[in-house]
Design a protein around this ligand. Structure first.
Ligand code: SF4
Length: 292
């Protein structure tokens, strides 16, 4: 008799986001999204997706009720995925999804409560990981990433950061599989900004197919030209991710191969300290990154 399949509840909560990471996940090729939702993601373990606003058929109060009852019923057992940054200004009234007891159910309340009750937390996309676009200066909404938000509220729940604008779906699926197979990442398996080294341990510039052009001083004058994109604003020298090997859209392409400079979208400094995006990186800033 086959052994029973273990169910891991997953709550995917979207705070201030463009839903780009949800869309990126829907594009996952191997496994495809049907495999993730229906099949065993690793042998003997099935992800039971309890809540995901972008793909849920329901809307309004009934889905907020589902969020609450799922979190209560599965307390301490569910994997919480947060997409988007948390807007904390004005007592959280800068961002809310649905109502509770006739009042806005703010993203601040939701991420606080869901985070405290989770078995583990993943921050997907750069906004959830580090604040990202929503936290760009002057940041009137007081937006911040999940790790900083938890720290500000004394929530001692480890957060695995899967940044990217958007994240690569392979990074999410791979990290979930890692957690289910081996348990939470150990500190040695993460870099100093909470990213799994297995996906973010590679510097883009060192592994770029245009690197011979950089070394030879052959630089592109316009996006799409042959040559290194450094003078067009490429931030590959300060970006860490396995994009050169993995690509996006099932290895179809990725930014630099398509002729676009890397914006270092996986870095905590994105976008403020890496702007203007289409201008050569400030040499002084580059030196600081290199010695960091
Ligand atoms: Fe480095 Fe960017 Fe040039 Fe590639 S295109 S070699 S990452 S500066």
């Amino acid at each position: 008799m086959a052994s029973p399949v273990k169910e891991i509840p997953l709550i995917w909560y979207q705070a201030a986001s463009c839903s780009g990471d949800s869309v990126s996940l829907l594009n996952t090729a191997s496994p495809n999204v049907r495999n993730i939702v229906v099949d065993e993601i690793v042998p003997g373990v099935h992800i039971n997706l309890q809540f995901q606003m972008t793909v849920m058929a329901g809307q309004g109060q009934p889905i907020i009720d589902i969020l609450q009852t799922s979190a209560e019923a599965k307390k301490g057992e569910y994997l919480l995925v947060v997409e988007g940054s948390i807007p904390t200004a004005a007592d959280g009234m800068m961002g809310f999804a649905g109502e509770r007891n006739g009042k806005p159910y703010t993203m601040v309340e939701a991420v606080d409560e869901l985070g405290r009750g989770a078995m583990a937390v993943m921050a997907v996309g750069t906004c959830a990981a580090y604040g990202g676009i929503f936290a760009a200066a002057p940041n009137p909404s007081g937006s911040m990433g999940v790790g900083a938000f938890f720290k500000s509220r004394g929530i001692e729940k480890p957060v695995i950061n899967i940044p990217g604008c958007p994240m690569n779906p392979d990074w999410f699926v791979g990290a979930v599989a890692h957690i289910l197979l081996f348990g939470m990442y150990t500190p040695e398996e993460l870099d100093d900004v909470g990213r799994p080294l297995e996906f973010f341990g590679m510097q883009i510039h060192e592994n770029c197919p245009r690197r011979p052009c950089f070394d030879a001083g052959k630089f592109a004058k316009f996006p799409g030209d042959e040559g290194c994109l450094y003078k067009l604003g490429c931030k590959g020298p300060v970006a860490y991710a396995d994009c050169p090997e993995r690509g996006f859209n099932n290895k179809t392409n990725w930014c630099i191969a398509a002729g676009s400079p890397c914006h270092a979208c996986t870095e905590p400094e994105f976008p403020d300290k890496l702007s203007p995006l289409y201008q050569k990186i400030n040499e002084e800033r580059l030196a600081r990154f290199k010695t960091a």
